[in-house]
Ligand binder design. Structure first.
Ligand SMILES: [Zn+2]
Length: 181
């Protein structure tokens, strides 16, 4: 399920982040959001997503719900948000055999559209991350002028930044402020 983590963060960041990597970002229209997020997916899923009715608006909705789950302060609120997403998107486990891959577990939501499918996958992924890593693995980037969310799957839970670029920016800023004092 950990392979979903970067996609979840990317969806939330595309749809809800106003500052990212040190720059302000113009909000995307629903259609732009669908196109930008589809570009992160494999060919088949991407085509299905773009063909889904109302994909952009529903993706924006899903992103908002995921953000609330990621940034809930108390573990009980976090769990309640994630459980609500699992119910809402009708997530259900089933084994799938893709071309060239052995049977593996999917958690597609059962609402029928590609957004429902993603909602089910993402909700379950968050639940499994909390179950496997604990409740403290979601955060927002600590670099200057960045509010992107991240999901921390490091062994010791040491992640503080959304990307390698923000890690480098923060290191440079810390070095400069040390030199000035
Ligand atoms: Zn960042």
């Amino acid at each position: 399920m950990t392979r979903q983590a970067p996609l979840i963060a990317e969806l939330v960041n595309l749809a809800t982040t106003r500052w990212r990597g040190g720059a302000s970002i113009q909000p995307l229209t629903d259609e732009e959001l669908a196109t930008a997020f589809a570009a992160q997916l494999g060919d088949r899923t991407s085509a299905a997503l773009c063909a889904a009715p109302d994909a952009g608006r529903r993706l924006a909705e899903l992103a908002g719900e995921l953000r609330q789950a990621l940034l809930a302060e108390r573990p009980a609120d976090q769990a309640a948000h994630i459980n609500a997403l699992i119910r809402r998107y009708g997530a259900q486990p089933y084994l799938v055999e893709d071309v060239g891959q052995p049977f593996h577990l999917h958690f597609h939501g059962s609402g029928g559209t590609q957004v429902d499918a993603l909602g089910g996958e993402f909700a379950t992924a968050l639940a499994l991350i909390v179950d496997g890593y604990g409740p403290d693995r979601f955060g927002t980037c600590e670099a200057h002028h960045c509010e992107a969310v991240y999901i921390d799957l490091t062994r010791n839970g040491s992640r503080r930044y959304c990307s390698a670029a923000c890690t480098a920016r923060a290191k440079t800023a810390a070095y400069r402020s040390r030199r000035q004092t």
